[in-house]
Design a protein around this ligand. Structure first.
Ligand SMILES: *[C@@H]1O[C@H](CO)[C@@H](O)[C@H](O)[C@H]1NC(C)=O
Length: 608
């Protein structure tokens, strides 16, 4: 018994030592004779690889931090290290630069490691990554960015060209961007590799893959822009460097427990309730995962949530960040609103149309709009067959990417006929970006009917291009986008830039609460932070603004709303504001980096 205990303690101790001091030494401290080795290669009569065994990271760090052109030390072809011929030409200066620098040395360069295995994917997450890289480079000419990627089929220039063409992110100093290609554990990060135990599997994949990343090149600051918490463990325990996490979505949240029979975490101890063993075991498994996620989050020094929805969740999940003085804030992704606002194409009077820009998918709830709109017509214009100028009409514009989308579209077209709305609804399928912009410039209003849409970039586009938003009062559109200048969380059914509605069909509509009797319009009720708020249905809303109280959408008033709306979206969602805020955070992290080196690195700091 005692031997077993002793064995376990030894294993734990050794593991701890490995992570805490052996690995850091390995990753950061070059061998004693490293200068001789460098000189030998530099003075050799033709270009040769450095023979460095397993200390690649420590060498690569020295080389690129000293180099005129750090990007040369990318490992695209293979993992071996050569010295940049330019550095060899200026060998005296170069060797001088390779020396160790003190923490406070004003000339010390700082290496930001962006761990983003799908750096070449061209989605929303990558836009954030590259805008952040650009701002980090602009924040200080001493900053260098390392991008850890698994996109082995794309060479650095190809990736950078895509960034320019797709995201229009220009003017980055390419010489300070180093790509570190990860070759070993890429499959393990991918959810499709794990048929069972996906999340645990992916976490292990992330730990291994971030170990590989640090083995190739250890950075000074860890930036996770993809939401891969397994990597925090290595960055914090081994390298002891600050961590920034840009979170788009929590990988686990308490809502997920609702699907299981035991749904509150505290239920775990109520053993006498265990009737269904399979479900109970599942519940324990999910709880363990959840707490691992909470634990990994405690390593993050700065959490940036991409919107209010994510912020509210992360604040509930990563509770251990706050007492440690680490913080969570919201940083909206760069939406390029400053460019959208500029591209004014027409000056025509806008048409009386309600535009809905959305992919044809059930959760976008086009059908809800059709039905309520039909009610609005029936109640106010009984028997009408064709629109007149004072009657607003609908435009559904969106893409059909899958078979399911096509099915949804066909269903909607059928419904339009059944409801006798063919003269009132236009469908614009898979139109070009130019046509979208044209629509945004000629329609008066922009609709959004999705329930709990986390953000809703389409709504930002409406406002930026002057379409007055008429949107469902939930999540992104309600909490982030259609907001007054004062940014109060609680809002009425209309504000200085748009209008809101709710629906009986909302999953969170509570029939027991009924309608508000006191209100002549009988609005729907909605609980928000413990307060009861009232909202019209879409049909009621249309009736109010188009029939009962037209003053609400008078020409002058809409113009004013447009004007305020544009200013607000520029202030909140432009690339410029993202850059500015990101640079602010980088400055904070910069001082934290110095502090950690002094406090957490100990002896290691002296030699490395
Ligand atoms: C945050 O990321 C999630 C997941 O990609 C996305 O659904 C949401 O729209 C994003 N929020 C913002 C404000 O962009």
């Amino acid at each position: 018994m005692m031997w077993v205990l002793l064995g376990i303690i030894t294993v734990i101790y050794l593991t701890y030592q490995t992570f805490n001091s052996i690995l850091p030494n390995y990753f950061l401290v070059p061998p004693r004779n490293w200068k001789d080795k460098l000189l030998k290669v530099i003075n050799y009569n033709k270009p040769i690889y450095l023979k460095i065994g397993y200390k690649r990271s420590s060498y690569r760090r020295r080389l690129l931090l000293a180099s005129e052109n750090p990007s040369f030390y990318t490992n695209y072809i293979n993992n071996k290290l050569k010295i940049n011929p330019k550095d060899i030409q200026n060998k005296n200066k170069f060797m001088e630069e390779t020396r160790r620098r003190d923490v406070d040395d004003p000339k010390r360069r700082i290496l930001y490691g962006f761990y983003h295995p799908y750096a070449n994917n061209g989605g929303g997450g990558e836009r954030v990554l590259w805008e952040a890289v650009k701002s980090t480079l602009n924040a200080d000419s001493k900053n260098i960015c390392a991008i850890y990627t698994s996109n082995l089929d794309a060479e650095p220039l190809e990736i950078l060209n895509k960034v320019e063409n797709k995201f229009h992110i220009k003017g980055m100093d390419h010489s300070r961007i180093v790509f570190i290609y990860l070759r070993k554990f890429n499959k393990l990060i991918d959810s499709s590799y794990w048929k069972h135990f996906t999340i645990i599997g992916q976490l292990i994949g992330q730990i291994l893959s971030s170990l590989e990343a640090c083995f190739e090149l250890s950075p000074d600051v860890w930036v996770d822009t993809m939401g891969l918490p397994g990597s925090y463990f290595i960055a914090s325990i081994v390298l002891k460097i600050p961590i920034i996490a840009y979170v788009h979505y929590p990988i686990l949240q308490e809502d997920m427990f609702n699907k299981l029979k035991y749904n509150k975490l505290s239920d775990i101890w109520k053993l006498k309730n265990v009737i269904d063993l399979k479900n109970y075991i599942k519940f324990i498994y999910w709880s363990i995962l959840y707490y691992i996620y909470v634990y990994l989050g405690s390593y993050v020094d700065l959490t940036l949530a991409n919107g209010t929805w994510t912020f509210n969740h992360m604040k509930k999940i990563w509770i251990y960040n706050q007492p440690l003085g680490k913080h969570i804030t919201t940083l909206y992704p760069p939406c390029g609103t400053e460019n959208l606002v500029k591209e004014e194409t027409t000056n025509k009077e806008r048409e009386n149309k309600l535009l809905y820009l959305a992919q044809f998918r059930p959760e976008k709830r086009h059908i809800l709009i059709l039905k309520e709109y039909q009610q609005f017509l029936v109640n106010n214009y009984p028997g009408i067959a064709k629109p007149t100028p004072e009657i607003p009409t609908l435009v559904f514009a969106g893409s059909c990417r899958t078979k399911d989308d096509t099915a949804t579209l066909e269903f909607l077209q059928q419904e339009t006929q059944l409801l006798k709305l063919t003269n009132f609804v236009e469908f614009k399928v898979d139109i070009s970006y130019k046509e979208v912009i044209e629509l945004l410039s000629v329609c008066k209003f922009g609709l959004n009917a999705m329930w709990n849409e986390h953000f809703g970039i389409g709504v930002v586009e409406y406002i930026a291009r002057g379409c007055i938003p008429i949107v469902h009062a939930s999540a992104g559109p309600y909490l982030d986008i259609v907001k007054n200048e004062d940014d109060e969380p609680k809002q009425d059914w209309h504000n200085s830039i748009g209008f809101f509605f709710k629906s009986f069909a909302d999953p969170d509509f509570n029939p027991s609460e009924q309608l508000v009797e006191s209100n002549e319009n009988k609005f729907l009720l909605f609980e928000f932070n413990g307060e009861i708020l009232e909202f019209p249905t879409l049909e009621q809303l249309l009736t109010i603004i188009f029939i009962k109280d037209k003053e609400l959408i008078s020409h002058a008033r809409l113009n004013k709303m447009r004007h305020i709306g544009k200013e607000i979206v520029i202030d909140k969602f432009s690339n410029e504001i993202f850059d500015k805020q990101w640079i602010g955070y980088i400055k904070e992290i910069d001082s934290l980096e110095k502090k950690y080196r002094d406090e957490r690195r100990g002896k290691l700091e002296k030699v490395y």
